[in-house]
Design a protein around this ligand. Structure first.
Ligand SMILES: NC(=O)c1ccc[n+]([C@@H]2O[C@H](COP(=O)([O-])OP(=O)(O)OC[C@H]3O[C@@H](n4cnc5c(N)ncnc54)[C@H](OP(=O)(O)O)[C@@H]3O)[C@@H](O)[C@H]2O)c1
Length: 341
């Protein structure tokens, strides 16, 4: 494999585009009742926390037997818990009665992204809910090539139904979760001092932390005038920029490593998908490859980022995420090396 040096001093990608629609305080409606589906999940919990920073009343929709909702929210008098199966139409109607906004943060493959969210949408329309935020929270899935990314195509399939429904819908698009760079997204080889790229080390990649996404979602949830899509990106970097950042943070040169073309990665992912036994797993390894194909091909790049829609905010950069990770690793190493009493 070719090793391309990470050239120091490369210009960073351009900063976010200025907001086309300025934010106005009066857009925010107070005492909104927001129902969060998937509120027991990683992102869902963060969204609920952000909503509770404002005046919203929160309803949590959780599946019977799912278990953690009472433990997480049982003592909070601004949170109502509704245990309902997505197949229980009457139960969904009861849970949604009087709700202003439905925020979906459910996670899964077709049975969740299409089937459960379709039931949620139908119930929301029936209950006269004003706004619906689907569980998108991804890169821009709208223009990707057919067959190139299963999870994105499920979102695109649902989007067609959302667009036809008599309800205001806002999708939040944020690129990849920046938090994944230190774990699930194996692009940085920390031990080997390499940063992988496919096709081009200069392709712009959008990253936003889960907390920054949750803040955006909570604000969209109480924004009467939110458009069909709100795009945010906590950071916009390239593989070359990440290698440079890692070199600066560690004091050890990180090189770029060509891992193939996006076409080669797409082919590897197809083989992985064919060999895979589980079809309903949300993030099998082959799906992770498809995510990189969409990002490194540029097809899923965000083009209308509006980070200022909800005012100034200290977005967490990729550098912040990597620095925090390296510091925690150093502390863990020190604790490991400490003699036991
Ligand atoms: N952009 C990115 O890089 C990125 C990365 C990771 C995730 N995401 C997206 O962010 C969203 C939230 O992900 P997450 O990681 O927070 O999810 P998560 O923690 O895995 O789960 C979210 C919730 O989904 C609900 N759920 C699980 N299986 C379900 C089913 N069969 N039917 C209905 N509900 C079900 C559960 O709620 P109850 O048990 O309470 O019902 C669960 O707590 C998803 O859309 C995910 O694809 C994006």
């Amino acid at each position: 494999m070719d090793v391309v040096p990470a050239t120091p001093g490369d210009p960073d990608p351009p900063a976010c585009v200025p907001p086309p629609v300025p934010y106005r305080e009066e857009q925010i409606i107070e005492n909104t009742t927001v129902l969060v589906a998937g509120a027991t999940g990683d992102l869902g919990q963060r969204i609920v926390s952000e909503l509770l920073l404002g005046d919203s009343l929160v309803r949590v929709l959780t599946r019977p037997g799912s278990g953690t909702a009472h433990c997480l929210y049982g003592g909070n008098d601004r949170v109502e818990i509704h245990e309902v199966a997505y197949t229980d139409r009457a139960g969904l109607a009861r849970a949604l009665s009087g709700v202003d906004t439905v925020v979906s943060a459910v996670s899964g493959a077709r049975p969740v992204i299409i089937d459960a969210q379709r039931a949620l949408l139908a119930a929301a329309v029936e209950a006269g809910v004003a706004r619906f935020i689907p569980s998108d929270y991804s890169a821009d899935y709208r223009r990707i090539s057919p067959g190139s990314n299963r999870n994105f195509e499920l979102r695109r399939e649902l989007a067609a139904e959302l667009d036809a429904a008599p309800i205001r819908v806002t999708s939040v698009l944020n690129g990849a979760f920046a938090d994944m760079l230190t774990g699930q997204a194996p692009m940085i080889l920390f031990d080997r001092h390499r940063v992988l790229f496919w096709s081009s080390p200069d392709q712009i990649l959008d990253f936003t932390t889960k907390d920054d996404v949750a803040r955006t979602v909570a604000l969209v949830g109480v924004d009467e005038d939110a458009p069909r899509v709100v795009e945010v990106a906590g950071d916009r970097v390239t593989a070359r920029g990440i290698a440079r950042t890692m070199s600066e943070l560690t004091g050890t040169p990180f090189s770029l490593q060509w891992a193939g073309t996006t076409g080669m990665l797409a082919a590897a992912s197809s083989i992985g998908r064919r060999l895979s036994r589980s079809h309903d797993e949300a993030f099998p390894a082959w799906q992770g490859m498809q995510y990189f194909v969409s990002m490194f091909s540029g097809e899923a790049q965000l083009h209308h980022v509006n980070n200022l829609r909800y005012g100034r905010h200290d977005w967490t950069s990729v550098r912040n995420v990597l620095e925090a990770h390296l510091n925690s690793e150093r502390i863990a190493q020190r604790i490991k090396g400490r003699p036991t009493a």
